[in-house]
Unconditional design. Structure first.
Length: 160
């Protein structure tokens, strides 16, 4: 289900200018929304909607070489590796942690790294990120609810 939600989330970010805000545009420019769209995020959204994880990884790897301080790129690169075949979990954790180093309040990165910890059976670390989301979300947010549900399912079934 999460795989289906990512393209919608990315589309929402693009439509609202959220990806641009994350990239450093405070929204005060006079350019139109079409000019502010992040072409990297558009390509990633298209690839993930097709579940083309390798394609998304390629786009994001190239984008990270040009913009290594972009938390969203690190987060989505880790996500695309995690969702792909035979994920390198060391690389996954490296990029989620880098996203959180750059932007400690990145709710999506907290949710996704929590899910990654469940993939390796580390419920305690997943709960740590749930706690971070609890602090970041003044009122409940989707990232908190999704990770809480994933932890609950993992504890009941041993699977995410």
């Amino acid at each position: 289900m999460k795989t289906l939600l990512l393209p919608l989330i990315l589309t929402g970010l693009l439509a609202s200018g959220g990806a641009v805000l994350a990239a450093g545009d405070p929204g005060g420019s006079s350019s139109s929304a079409a000019e502010r769209k992040d072409p990297v995020m558009e390509k990633v959204a298209a690839a993930t909607s097709r579940k083309d994880w390798a394609g998304a990884q390629g786009v994001l790897k190239e984008a990270l070489s040009a913009d290594p301080n972009n938390a969203n790129y690190h987060n989505l690169y880790a996500y695309s590796i995690r969702k792909g075949a035979n994920p390198d979990m060391n690389l996954v954790f490296k990029h989620y942690n880098e996203a959180l180093r750059i932007d400690p309040k990145n709710k999506q990165a907290h949710e996704y790294i929590g899910e990654a910890y469940l993939m390796v059976g580390n419920v305690a670390k997943a709960r740590e990120h749930l706690g971070q989301l609890d602090k970041l979300c003044f009122f409940s947010c989707a990232e908190y609810a999704d990770l809480k549900k994933s932890i609950s399912e993992y504890e009941k079934t041993g699977k995410q």
